[in-house]
Design a protein. Structure first.
Length: 653
């Protein structure tokens, strides 16, 4: 017997390997079935106990579904474990759907996504087609939920899968808008794939400029902000302040930009490029390069362009210069030289400068009192904290898209940043731009329903109100959103509040727009609702007597708070009448506007005005105390007729 076994082993080793693997696989498969069955028994038991929450039951269903999916995948069709897994998964499917809805209502969007994806992926499995899960009435909504979320997160490859699935399970009347998203996603994926195929190694191992620069800037700025032991307090305050910190940071950034280009840019030859067919109308060639496409002007007279293309492989490239665009290396200029000595210059510095990456640093207040109490020049002190903020605010990206069109709502947006006679209102322009985007994408307003008036003069403010008045006369039962970001001003004698046009300084309030007049005109339009957002204040002086004009959204006399007296008007104001509306520099928005947008983003616009008020008020108060050391309390006022009902109203319809 031993000789027979030895013979089989020596002459049929591959057979032994297969047998051993089969035994191991069978054992593992058996363990997987046992685990799945045990979890399912626990799930059934949990359902019979009243004290166990729905959330826990749904999580157990999720665990069971994942176990049985693994068994199903590893089981041949027709065997007992295959059939059993299909049956149990069909039983668990309704609990996965319910788990998605449960967590969505609880604002647990990430967990809702997990349940929805598990349910849809299960229904899409070829092994489960006989169960007809895709014919469930709620199934298309689950698919759309996943498709929209993956699309908004720019996960276009997965978005394509679920957008196609949505089209497969819905009728043609719902395909038009989804098809537009599908084509865009497919185009972006194809573009990315094409770019990666052509020049996949160019940026390999090269960090984005913001990542490259951040650590170095932080280190250098922290070192620069140390107090020298031989430096007096006054000398230190003169050397280290917001103005000098900004200049220092700009110097460091310029040095690092040059270092980044020198370290990572690589000179090219025409072998690294691809010349595309000539554009005779514009007399130029499109040339694809590892650092982006460029347009090169070459005249067509005397066959000059034809000769350039025919001699392409013999063309030399000189004077290659690079800049940083969109956080990566890009071509600024280069020179092409033909065998006959003709030179052709490419220069795109002006365009690239527009996209040039900036690394912005925000500085916490410097505690000079701490320096004074610590012995002054006898020791070094590390003061303040350097923060490097890169890129857009988190509310400027991943803006939710509303699948419905809100045709009966109109928005008026006035964003006054660049004043001619008084200091600017930092980031008010960005506030207006991004709020308009939320109106279109999240609230579903058609683009033509959004009336924007950036940097409005007094005349333009009058025009804005007249425009919405004319619209209200032409339409029945409209809703109005009015948004203002900019300076506010009180009248010195009456304390009446005014919005400050960019061409006024507030000394003559006759040239400013009265808030009382605005409320009156909007209330008289007969709209179903008018919601006003004012990221402005009408505050007084600080405790030390200095004005807030240079740093806050308001100037120096306390104004009387205006209240709507008629119509269906609700007004959200950024601050109470004796407070200041501050900017949120780190997020590049007004503090009030940032949390307004944050709530619209997290709720996808599906929030009541009461919920919006609570969220914005709480977060603005808390954040202002931390970053400004000052109280800022948003306040909501409304017309008497809707005193009891305004909290249940919504912007999204």
């Amino acid at each position: 017997m031993d000789k027979a076994i030895k013979y089989l082993f020596n002459h049929h080793k591959s057979l032994w390997v297969v047998m051993i693997l089969l035994v191991c696989t069978t054992a593992t498969h058996g363990q997987s079935i046992a685990q799945a069955d045990n979890n399912y028994k626990q799930f059934v038991m949990m359902r019979s106990i009243d004290t166990i929450s729905k959330g826990d039951i749904y999580l157990k269903a999720l665990e069971c579904a994942r176990d049985y999916k693994q068994v199903l995948i590893s089981s041949p069709s027709g065997v007992e474990s295959f059939d059993k897994s299909c049956a149990v998964l069909a039983t668990l499917y309704p609990f996965l759907k319910a788990g998605a809805g449960y967590n969505s209502q609880a604002r647990q969007d990430s967990l809702a996504m997990v349940f929805a994806k598990e349910a849809v992926d299960l229904a899409m499995m070829k092994e489960m087609q006989s169960k007809n899960l895709r014919k469930d009435n709620y199934y298309p909504e689950l698919v759309y939920f996943i498709a929209a979320r993956t699309y908004n997160k720019e996960d276009y490859e997965n978005a394509i899968i679920y957008l196609k699935e949505y089209m497969d399970v819905t009728d043609a009347s719902k395909h038009t808008r989804v098809l537009a998203y599908l084509k865009e996603a497919e185009g972006l994926v194809a573009q990315k794939k094409k770019s990666e195929e052509k020049f996949e190694d160019v940026y390999k191992g090269i960090p984005y400029f913001d990542v490259f620069a951040k650590e170095s800037i932080e280190k250098s700025m922290n070192k620069w902000k140390e107090k020298d032991p031989y430096e007096t307090i006054e000398e230190y305050k003169k050397r280290v302040n917001e103005e000098t910190a900004k200049k220092k940071q700009e110097e460091l950034q310029k040095i690092l930009m040059d270092e980044y280009v020198q370290r990572f840019a690589k000179n090219m030859t025409v072998a690294d490029m691809k010349i595309m067919p000539y554009d005779a109308e514009n007399q130029s060639f499109l040339i694809e390069t590892p650092y982006g496409d460029i347009l090169l002007k070459v005249p067509r007279t005397d066959n000059e362009a034809r000769q350039f293309a025919e001699n392409w492989t013999s063309v030399n490239v000189y004077n290659q210069k690079f800049v940083i665009a969109d956080k990566k290396l890009a071509l600024a200029s280069l020179t092409f030289s033909t065998p006959t000595g003709k030179l052709y210059e490419y220069n795109n510095q002006q365009v690239l400068a527009y996209n040039q990456t900036e690394v912005a640093a925000n500085f916490a207040p410097i505690d000079y009192g701490m320096l004074s109490n610590s012995g002054g020049s006898q020791s070094k002190q590390h003061v303040g904290k350097t923060e490097v903020v890169v890129g857009l605010s988190d509310v400027d990206v991943n803006i939710p898209r509303n699948k419905n069109t809100n045709t009966n709502t109109f928005a008026v947006i006035i964003a006054n940043e660049d004043y001619t006679l008084v200091p600017p209102v930092p980031m008010a322009g960005n506030d207006g731009t991004i709020f308009a985007t939320y109106c279109e994408q999240t609230l579903g307003l058609p683009k033509e329903n959004i009336l924007s008036y950036p940097n409005a003069t007094y005349g333009k403010m009058i025009r804005a109100v007249q425009d919405i008045t004319n619209i209200a006369k032409a339409y029945n039962d409209i809703h109005i959103i009015f948004y203002y970001a900019g300076h506010g001003i009180p009248n010195e004698s009456t304390r009446d509040a005014f919005l400050l046009p960019i061409d006024a300084d507030g000394s003559q309030t006759e040239a400013c727009y009265p808030l009382k007049r605005l409320y009156g005109e909007l209330s008289s339009l007969g709209a179903q609702s008018v919601v006003v957002f004012l990221d402005a204040c009408f505050s007084g002086a600080t405790g030390d007597g200095s004005t807030l004009m240079a740093s806050a959204r308001g100037i120096s006399l306390r104004a009387r708070q205006e209240r709507p007296t008629g119509g269906n008007l609700i007004a959200f104001s950024a601050a109470s009448d004796d407070e200041t509306a501050y900017p949120y520099k780190e997020q590049r928005h007004g503090l009030f506007t940032y949390f307004l947008l944050k709530k619209l983003q997290s709720s996808k616009g599906n929030t009541t005005l009461g919920e919006l008020c609570k969220y914005v008020t709480e977060n603005v108060k808390q954040k202002s105390v931390v970053i400004n050391r000052k109280i800022q309390t948003p306040v909501v006022t409304c017309s008497p007729d809707i005193q009891e009902s305004w909290g249940k109203m919504k912007l999204k319809r």
